[in-house]
Design a protein around this ligand. Structure first.
Ligand code: ATP
Ligand code: MN
Length: 465
């Protein structure tokens, strides 16, 4: 008999049918009872909710039922009935129980509830079996789906940009080198430098830090594209907001100016949050009840408010006039730290903030230069609890201005020649942004450490599992 998913039994009870025989397969969360009857809470991962299996011990081999402990995998067949007990609407009266795999009580680490997040990180291969991580992983899936849906419904095309790249131009972060050279015997040229012509690609290559430059080439043909893929930064930042391997969503739109870019970012992020509330309410409810009592409230609020939009210069004034003592000093021309971003969002405005028009020195070469000569049309979206969740900009469409920005930064024009062709042939204003998928998930799940919203996190000194 084909199993029925527990979410279907609980949410679509009438279509499954009371008094029908069903089969469920899953893992035991708890077992309680006495010599006559056992109650097994079974979870199959389809929902945070368990189905209660009622076992009339007389009908079974008592020793077999004794073997069933937390973590055991079971196949249960029985009649679906309205529950007379409290805590569940329906339950299954077991006719047949097949033990698929036992879980030794002495060594299975998820016996008790209430393990710390740190401990669960050390058993990342088993933590999906907990309610927390079940919720997080279902939400992660839902957000990925919502992202594709939003873009598809709005006329964007999914563009696959390379993961291995020879471009080192964007400067978004430190890169991981990709090589097949024998590190115990590195080929050298006559100056003693590494001879990359002997390497796999005949030149130095790295894992991508951003798909944007390729994304722009796509947008300048298809109009609106997005990328959604793994991104790598070898930055040694041991923070709760940085991973060495994370997923980034990068839409890029031809004929969009900064205003359109901000409108898109705000609509898109609200869409994702709305999607979670509509489609994953049980997961959110669980996280709200057991992890973060403000979660659902916070998500609802974000959908309802208009994001504040203001210039970097105005933000600096607010920070200086706040009278606050920050760890990092505030001054025009310096990059904002998370503490500054969070002050603006959480204390001053109490709303998400989109900061624009940053000093050109702290932003990338491709951003559109403002008339003032000092600032560029950048935008960062700042969120409560997170700080920067999105970084984006209107791009410089003028070949001449782009060339001078490249020169000012002593970057190689030759390496960027493909990119520059988009400005040579049929250039147009265009804009885009990058959303860190795990930063979005931090917000949506209420988790406080980015290591807890990706199944197998990669951080400095940690590539386990
Ligand atoms: P931060 O200042 O927080 O390090 P950034 O300025 O380096 O961010 P961008 O290069 O603009 O970020 O990248 C776009 C988005 O990607 C960021 O807004 C953020 O959501 C996400 N992001 C950047 N670096 C990381 C990282 N190491 N781990 C997870 N997400 C990241
Ligand atoms: Mn960074």
């Amino acid at each position: 008999m084909k199993e029925t998913r527990i979410v279907k039994i609980l949410k679509e009870t009438t279509s499954v049918g009371i008094e029908t025989i069903v089969n469920v397969k899953g893992w035991v969360r708890t077992k309680r009872g006495n010599n006559n009857v056992a109650f097994i809470a079974l979870n199959d991962g389809s929902t945070v909710l368990n189905i209660q299996v009622v076992v009339d011990i007389d009908k079974f081999d008592e020793n077999k039922i004794k073997q069933i402990t937390t973590g055991t995998s079971l196949s249960v067949t029985g009649k679906l009935v309205v529950s007379t007990g409290k805590g569940q609407s329906v339950e299954i009266l077991a006719d047949e129980i097949e033990i698929l795999g036992l879980a030794d009580t002495e060594t299975f680490p998820l016996q008790k509830k209430g393990h710390s997040m740190e401990f669960l990180r050390s058993i990342a291969h088993l933590r999906p079996r907990t309610n927390y991580f079940g919720c997080v992983l279902r939400l992660r899936h839902a957000m990925a789906f919502a992202i594709h849906k939003y873009f598809n419904d709005n006329g964007f095309f999914y563009l696959h940009t390379p993961i291995i790249t020879s471009a080192d131009a964007e400067g978004a972060g430190e890169m991981f080198r990709v090589t097949t050279l024998n590190l115990d015997n590195i080929p050298r040229d006559e100056h003693g430098k590494v001879n990359y012509s002997e390497d796999f690609f005949g030149k130095p290559t790295n894992l991508t830090v951003s798909g944007q430059l390729n994304g722009e080439m796509g947008a300048m043909a298809l109009g609106k594209i997005y990328t959604f893929g793994p991104t790598f930064r070898a930055e040694n930042s041991n923070t709760p907001r940085h991973l060495a391997e994370f997923w980034m969503i990068e839409p890029e739109m031809a004929f969009y100016d900064l205003q359109d870019n901000m409108d898109t970012a705000e609509e898109f992020i609200k869409y994702c949050i709305h999607y979670a509330l509509e489609n994953n309410f049980d997961d959110l409810q669980f996280l709200n009840d057991f992890f973060d009592k403000e979660l659902i409230n916070r998500l609802q609020t974000i959908i309802d408010v208009d994001f504040i939009r203001l210039s970097y210069t105005e933000a600096i004034d607010i920070l200086i006039n706040s009278g606050r003592k920050f760890e990092f000093k505030v001054a025009w021309g310096t990059d904002l730290q998370a503490e500054h971003e969070r002050y603006l969002v959480e204390q001053h405005f109490k709303k998400p903030v989109i900061l624009i028009d940053y000093p050109k020195e702290i932003k990338a070469f491709y951003m559109k230069q403002n008339e003032d000569g000092n600032t560029v049309r950048a935008m960062d979206v700042l969120f409560p609890k997170i700080g920067e969740i999105i970084g984006g900009s209107q791009r410089e469409e003028s070949l001449e201005k782009l060339l001078s920005a490249i020169q000012e930064r002593n970057m190689s024009q030759d390496e960027l020649r493909y990119y520059l062709d988009t400005r040579r042939f049929g250039t147009a204003i265009h804009s885009g942004f990058g959303l860190g998928f795990e930063r979005l998930l931090l917000f949506v799940t209420g988790m406080t450490n980015i290591r807890d919203v990706i199944p197998f996190p990669r951080t400095p000194q940690n590539a386990e599992f």
